[in-house]
Ligand binder design. Structure first.
Ligand code: HPA
Length: 249
């Protein structure tokens, strides 16, 4: 089997990587069940990447229904030791306006009722992994370098709030997240990051800010899916050059 140098998990609005030619498509099955969809494999230069759309290629899975364990295990079973998670988010604090890219360095989990650990099944080993730094430092550094090598501006750092969804938040909920120190809000950062740590996979997130979070844009009272998708679409062309550079960082 070929070695996968990097796996990419695409978020809302990132269901394929434009400009890439897939070598192979794998329908995977894992001990935790089926991933969100097929894993696509491509060669970039001398390296191989795997790609999985987190919500499925037709976006049929809401954040609380994603089988995060199966997604990560499928990528690990293919030999991926590094995962770049692409997360579509709302921006809460000043530096994180629409169309900004960010590489968060902290996370707070506000989700509930999701299977968030490998220790779920009776008899499985009890794990207490260190999560002081929830994202892998070396992969974050490489990702930031890859962004600059691709001449793409990306904010270094920020705290990601993982909310349950699928609805967006109220103004008061976002105000609370802000008081908690969160800069970005999305619905899929957890349990994905924690599971990656339990599986021993290097993991970093590239957040694409799609909108100001609820109440953060005084001129816009309502967040629309159209706005979210248009903003993600307008920056998604940066992804392939960043990934290409990341393979060489
Ligand atoms: N909140 C939560 N998740 C999101 C948002 C938001 O405002 N925008 C994109 N994903």
């Amino acid at each position: 089997m070929m070695d996968i140098d990097l796996a990419v998990i695409g978020g809302t609005g990132v269901y394929r990587l434009s400009g890439i030619e897939w070598l192979e498509t794998r329908e995977m099955e894992t001990q935790y069940g089926s991933p969100s969809g097929p894993v696509r494999i491509a060669r970039l230069g001398a390296r191989h990447i795997a790609f999985l759309a987190r919500h499925g290629e037709a976006h049929a899975l809401p954040p609380h229904k994603v089988n995060y364990r199966a997604n990560l295990k499928a990528l690990q079973d293919l030999g991926a030791g590094k995962i770049l998670a692409v997360n579509t988010v709302g921006g809460i604090t000043g530096r994180f306006g629409p169309r900004v890219l960010a590489v968060p360095d902290q996370i707070i989990d506000y989700t509930w009722g999701r299977i968030s650990t490998l220790c779920e099944e009776p008899g499985s080993e009890v794990l207490h992994v260190d999560f002081t730094e929830p994202y892998t430092a070396s992969l974050r550094t490489a990702l930031l370098k890859a962004c600059s090598a691709a001449s793409v501006a990306a904010v270094d750092g920020g705290c990601y709030a993982a909310t349950q969804g699928p609805r967006l938040e109220s103004k008061a909920e976002i105000a609370r997240l802000k008081r908690d120190g969160c800069d970005l809000v999305g619905m899929t950062g957890m349990p994905e990051a924690g599971l990656a740590r339990e599986l021993g996979i290097d993991y970093a997130s590239l957040c694409v800010v799609a909108n100001w979070a609820a109440g953060c844009d005084p001129e816009n009272a309502e967040i629309t899916l159209q706005e979210v998708l248009a903003n993600v679409d307008s920056v998604s062309g940066c992804l392939l050059p960043i990934i290409d550079n990341l393979l060489n960082c």
